[in-house]
Design a protein around this ligand. Structure first.
Ligand SMILES: Cc1cn([C@H]2C[C@H](O)[C@@H](COP(=O)(O)OP(=O)(O)O[C@H]3O[C@@H](C)C(=O)[C@@H](O)[C@H]3O)O2)c(=O)[nH]c1=O
Length: 178
């Protein structure tokens, strides 16, 4: 795997190596030594995946400190537009967003450090998105900002969303999230 910097601190893209043969495909997604060399957390406490129809939007989610976490995200099958927003008040890129397509074709992943909100839009039916997080889910610490409130131009007007996600408050530049 190759780990690629972005202009955001603690936000990295990963090009996974895909091995294909007559049986199918093999992809390694976590390698302690490579993660350590790149100063990434590899010691996750929880893993989960979701499977979604096309035009589903999940997000924008985070957990407040001290339950905030590093998160590794990639697509097992399908295609998504993955989006993160920098919520770290002291960061040079506070309020700025980053997006990348993750798919079973490009085999890219994203490593999201603490202090970002995360969400994605599915571009294909049956998109399976897998996560690994460095702290477990903590209902009391869960936070969110509304998907259409931080300036990102989503390529969809009316995505399929949960009630919770549709009712998050707008991103507020004056608030201190982290
Ligand atoms: C995230 C999560 C959900 N659940 C349950 C609660 C609920 O009944 C069902 C679906 O939960 P949600 O609606 O929160 O799922 P979802 O909206 O897919 O949540 C995910 O969104 C993306 C954008 C992320 O970044 C993830 O970290 C996670 O927050 O699964 C757990 O039991 N444990 C968990 O850790």
């Amino acid at each position: 795997m190759v780990i690629i910097d972005t202009k955001f601190t603690d936000l990295l893209c990963i090009d996974f190596k895909s091995f294909t043969d007559i049986r199918g495909e093999f992809v390694k997604t976590i390698h302690k030594e490579t993660f350590e060399q790149n100063k990434l957390d590899w010691n996750f406490t929880e893993s989960f995946f979701s499977k979604s129809f096309k035009n589903v939007l999940r997000g924008m989610h985070f957990q407040y400190s001290p339950a905030d976490h590093n998160k590794l995200v990639y697509v097992v099958s399908g295609k998504i537009l993955d989006v993160v927003v920098d919520l770290r008040k002291e960061s040079k890129t506070y309020g700025e967003f980053y997006s990348v397509e993750l798919s079973d074709e490009n085999r890219k992943g994203i490593y999201i450090g603490k202090g970002f909100a995360h969400g994605f839009l599915t571009l294909q039916d049956n998109s399976i998105v897998e996560y690994h997080t460095s702290t477990s889910q903590d209902r009391q610490a869960e936070g969110g900002i509304k998907w259409d409130s931080f300036g990102f131009e989503w390529p969809v007007d009316n995505p399929i969303m949960s009630e919770r996600d549709s009712s998050f408050e707008a991103f507020n530049l004056d608030k201190t999230y982290f």
